[in-house]
Design a protein around this ligand. Structure first.
Ligand code: GLA
Ligand code: ZN
Length: 725
């Protein structure tokens, strides 16, 4: 759903941001001059600077030296580049760790670390809480007036937790302010289990491997304690961000302030961070052969964090990455870059500009390699970056600020993810992230735009909301979902939703307790299944058109699945007991694979207000999911365009109504996709209307209009004709 145009920070106008992390402090001025020449030639317009320079900028508690940074900023500014200026607080200086060992983290095994690596600060330590914001404020006082400063970049990829005594103290304070009393904490955590009743707040410890985290299983003896410790750690890191942001704001009231996020990333609840971030930026490092829809879902999720506002792809490797090793295939980096823009990015940035000679990332891909002597421009990587830069420079500004249009909301919740991963007695094969990806991928395959949203988001305008495995459900979110359905939204809810309350306790009553009235069914029991179990699902009248539907309305999917396999459930079978007004859309089959629930209802549909709720009593495989989605979409009028595997289409709409339709091929094989509406293809300047002789567009299969042939990793962007609106 498009949520209208919002006012965005003034810095976000003009061309798309193109560039990335640069570390000129590792090189001399002549090298930087050469880098700037090469980067300008590649259409780079923005550099992220000063990410890991704390120890260079400050040699003791009172002595700062900005001369090196001044020189870099002058040179970069003179070259006409915009700057994303980092605060450098992501890596504590060695002198500081030596002077204040308490600034180093204690790990989950209870070991106090010495200085090392990065993201290494205990965020509860008073010295960090003093010096990090002070550095951010000092930088802001010095550089806020720079005309080419477009972003403040606080720390870098916050991650992890600390188990030191200071953090234990902060955790106890956090608990008290959340619950109000020790009794309430005992109650929330069911502390009488295994004799944990606490009589003094000081008896509560963070759940480390030497306290309540059970070795091997990763499960905390009191799941509520584990959940709250994750919440606390997320809030603590967000507070560190807030403190630096406040210090910056004292000197610079306008420039957007952010920190770069990651995905998949479980440590912190980014939904609770989003209001503090002026713009969402994230770092994308897919493995070479990951399905492109995984990255697409991460983009949709990042865009959803701020209600659909454009975000920035702040890092990706132009070629190879340290952790995943494999090099991107020829054309893949360009396709991934346009994929980000297609999903709502207003900037495409890299890690990194020049490959470090030393250090633990000395072989990480970079725009400028070590080839030297005028050879860099002749390298494949630099050429690919230059070609993409030219494309972005040519058409990026038109697209910038436009908003992605999506009809379906897919719900994603960090607390539900934490809760599922933090319990015992679950099926270890069922995976929260996999389930969300699974539904997302099938929507992509049908050419349907998806907003990935928190269950706390406003859902009312969506015709379809899908909530896979919303294991922990907060009361107010269940109410919000019910409200949307009452107003006409259709909901798909799967097994393992609404099981726990906010504190991580099993809800008492007929499951799914908070959705009971909405779904018109209750689960008597859940049966965990093994990978070998092949739980059959039977959809009555499978393959038949809905009564009264014209043949042309019948989606071929109804007659067969993506894989052609019979539909099955995975990992869990719920014994469903439907109410009288609840329709059964599918049943479990019979026989040995369905011994727990032979012939029982598997998928149900219940009218609720102006909407309806589908409930799925298992976690469907591809074939089952396709059929369920078919029924969920039935009659909603959402445009569908069936796409071959690895292809995508998305739509961005500008404030003036201009529609940019992206057609992407994320694979190394050619793909043919349906042309949704005619217009002008912006990369080639050619017409895209399916007329014979118009180049690569060819007439497609009977009755489906025209199509577009996409070469491996091909991209087309069609600005649709106004007449086609
Ligand atoms: C992260 C960091 C960068 C760099 C890259 C390497 O995204 O932010 O500093 O380490 O990973 O891929
Ligand atoms: Zn700590």
């Amino acid at each position: 759903m498009s949520q209208g145009t919002r006012t965005r920070p003034a810095a976000f106008t003009g061309p798309l941001l193109y560039g990335g992390d640069h570390n000129p402090e590792q090189w001399d001025a002549a090298t930087l001059a050469e880098d700037l020449r090469l980067l300008r030639g590649a259409h780079v317009n923005t550099l992220t600077l000063n990410v890991f320079s704390w120890s260079l900028l400050q040699r003791d508690e009172d002595t700062y030296d900005f001369s090196g940074l001044d020189r870099i900023i002058e040179q970069v500014s003179a070259a006409g580049m915009s700057i994303d200026l980092a605060t450098s607080t992501g890596a504590v200086p060695p002198w500081l760790a030596r002077a204040h060992p308490e600034i180093c983290r204690v790990d989950v095994q209870g070991r106090r670390h010495l200085h090392g690596v990065r993201e290494n600060a205990c965020l509860s330590s008073p010295i960090y809480q003093e010096l990090a914001p002070r550095l951010a404020g000092t930088l802001a006082a010095r550089y806020a007036g720079l005309e080419n400063l477009v972003l403040w970049h606080v720390s870098n990829e916050y991650w992890g937790r600390c188990y030191c005594d200071l953090c234990a103290g902060s955790f106890r304070g956090w608990l008290l302010s959340r619950y109000g009393s020790l009794d309430a904490i005992n109650e929330a955590w069911t502390a009488d289990f295994w004799g944990h009743r606490y009589h003094d707040l000081a008896e509560i410890n963070p759940p480390s491997e030497i306290s309540d985290l059970q070795e091997g299983s990763g499960v905390v003896a009191l799941p509520g304690l584990g959940l709250d410790h994750r919440r606390f750690s997320s809030d603590l890191a967000r507070d560190a961000f807030r403190a630096e942001k406040a210090a910056i704001r004292a000197h610079d009231p306008h420039t957007p302030v952010m920190t770069n996020l990651m995905m998949p990333f479980q440590d912190y609840d980014y939904a609770s961070w989003a209001p503090d971030l002026d713009v969402i930026t994230w770092d994308s490092y897919p493995r070479r052969d990951d399905p492109p829809s995984h990255t697409g879902m991460h983009h949709d999720l990042m865009r959803g964090l701020k209600g659909g506002d454009p975000f920035l792809l702040l890092e990706q490797t132009p070629s190879r990455q340290d952790i995943t090793h494999a090099a991107k295939r020829p054309g893949q980096m360009r396709a991934q870059s346009w994929q980000a823009v297609a999903h709502g990015a207003d900037g495409v940035m890299f890690f990194q500009m020049r490959q470090s000679a030393g250090g633990g990332e000395q072989f990480h891909g970079a725009v400028i390699g070590p080839q030297g002597d005028g050879r860099v421009e002749d390298t494949r990587v630099h050429r690919a970056v230059t070609e993409l830069g030219a494309e972005l420079a040519r058409i990026g500004e038109r697209i910038r600020g436009s908003r992605v249009q999506a009809d379906v909301a897919l719900l994603w919740d960090w607390e539900a993810w934490w809760a599922w991963d933090g319990i015992c007695g679950k099926n270890p094969h069922a995976d929260y992230l996999d389930e969300a990806r699974h539904w997302h991928a099938e929507l992509v395959r049908r050419g349907i735009g998806v907003d990935v949203l928190s269950p706390s988001a406003a859902l009312d305008g969506y015709s379809l909301v899908i909530a896979p495995m919303l294991f922990l459900t907060r009361d107010e979110d269940a109410d919000g979902i019910a409200r949307a359905v009452r107003g006409g939204t259709r909901l798909v809810l799967t097994a393992l939703s609404g099981v726990l309350d906010r504190e991580g306790r099993v809800r008492q009553g007929p499951a799914p307790v908070p959705f009971r009235e909405l779904v018109g069914v209750w689960d008597e029991e859940m049966y965990n299944l093994d990978p070998a179990d092949r739980l059959p699902l039977v959809f009555p009248a499978d393959g038949d058109p809905a009564p009264g539907a014209a043949a042309a309305d019948v989606d071929p999917l109804a007659a067969g699945s993506a894989s052609g396999d019979a539909p099955r459930g995975r990992w869990t079978a719920q014994y469903l007991r439907p109410d009288a007004d609840t329709e059964v859309l599918a049943r479990f089959g019979t026989g040995p694979d369905a011994e727990y629930v032979p012939g029982e209802p598997a998928v149900t549909r219940h009218p609720y207000g102006a909407g309806q709720a589908l409930y799925v009593g298992t976690l469907p495989d591809d074939a089952a999911l396709a059929r369920i989605l078919e029924r969920a979409l039935d009659g909603l009028g959402i445009e569908q365009h069936e796409l071959p595997g690895g292809a995508e289409t998305t739509l961005r709409i500008a404030a003036d109504g201009t529609r940019f339709r992206f057609y992407l091929n994320g694979t190394r094989e050619a793909r043919t996709v349906p042309l949704v509406a005619p217009g002008t293809e912006l990369l080639t300047g050619e017409r895209a209307d399916g007329r014979a002789g118009s180049g690569e567009q060819t007439a497609a299969a009977a009755g489906t209009g025209a199509s577009i042939d996409l070469e491996p990793y091909g991209v087309r962007i069609v600005e649709e004709d106004t007449a086609s609106l």
